[in-house]
Design a protein around this ligand. Structure first.
Ligand code: SAM
Length: 287
């Protein structure tokens, strides 16, 4: 077990600092203050971050870390922390570590006993979710799907019965193919394309996956796709078509303990727990 007290003023500290996802006015006061006060800033693409730093008149020395050298850079960052330095990590946009490098550095600093302080701020997924009109109480963030069609299809199939709103990041040149694949797997669920958030051409396109996949237009800029979760009633009716032991196994595979899996199976099928228990035992005995 580890307990972190984030108010330590002495010694090395790693700050994870959010940056805007398009609109510089979304930079927080605290982000500016931290970036000015630390000894070094590590950035994904120093050219991108230089523009931001110069806008906010931040003159802190800037170094690069990116997905290809994250492991090696994590070691360098931890050595700075050992030397008592305070550092900030930023990505090109939004929260570091969310479909961006940052995780290895944060993990390395934690394992070496340094405080890791995360500042809240801009993030494309959550910004899109709360204005999507899709349920925001429970959601599942996927980020980028695999770029290979066969892998992407497998990933989508694995999500087919998740009841939560699904959130994807996608590059504009793949959006047509991705929407088609989503329509194939999720059928005609509601979905939202949230494009160019916080920017001049911000746009939300809401409709069914069929409507979105049939849109005859080019998509440019940055895009979040949100898809309505599977309706519980349709999952339940699919599960009820399975053999009892397969139905029970479905819940075990999703991490439920036997007692809970039995309870859920009984609830779905409208029978008592003892009935499920008896039938499972009987089946075991005859096998
Ligand atoms: N770290 C970022 C965050 O916290 O949201 C995400 C970085 S990821 C490399 C970039 C992807 O995020 C884009 O391809 C797009 O899917 C999404 N994204 C970033 N900015 C966006 C914006 N302004 N509008 C819509 N989507 C955006």
């Amino acid at each position: 077990m580890m307990i972190q007290k984030s108010n330590a003023s002495e010694g090395g500290v790693l700050y994870l600092v959010p940056t805007p996802i398009g609109n510089f006015d979304d930079m927080t006061y605290r982000a500016v203050e931290v970036l000015k006060s630390v000894e070094y800033i590590y950035a994904e693409d120093t050219r991108v971050t230089k523009v931001l730093l110069s806008h906010f008149q931040i003159y802190t020395p800037l170094f690069s870390y990116h997905i290809f050298n994250e492991e090696e850079k994590a070691e360098e960052i931890i050595n700075h922390l050992r030397a008592g330095k305070k550092l900030a990590l930023v990505s090109d946009a939004g929260l570091p570590g969310i479909s961006d490098p940052g995780f290895l550095v944060a993990k390395g600093a934690i394992n070496s006993g340094f405080p890791v302080i995360s500042l809240p701020g801009a993030n494309a997924a959550l910004t899109a979710l709360i204005a999507s009109g899709l349920p925001s109480d429970k959601f599942f963030f996927i980020g980028f799907l695999n770029s290979k069609a066969s892998q992407r299809k497998k990933e989508l199939l694995a999500l087919a019965d998740y009841p939560e709103t699904l959130i994807f990041y996608e590059a504009p040149h793949r959006i047509k193919a991705t929407l088609n694949a989503m329509f194939e797997v999720f059928k005609d669920r509601q979905a939202v394309i949230a494009r160019e958030l916080t920017k001049k051409y911000e746009e939300y396109i809401r409709g069914t996956l069929k409507e979105l996949s049939e849109l005859d237009r080019e998509f440019k800029g940055e895009i979040v796709i949100l898809v309505e979760g599977a309706k519980q009633t349709s999952i339940q009716s699919e599960l009820n078509k399975l053999k009892l032991e397969e139905h029970f196994q479905y819940y075990l595979d999703r991490g439920l303990i036997e007692k809970e899996a039995m309870k859920q199976t009984a609830k779905d099928r409208g029978v008592s727990k003892s009935e499920v228990y008896k039938r499972l035992i009987k089946r075991e005995a005859t096998d």
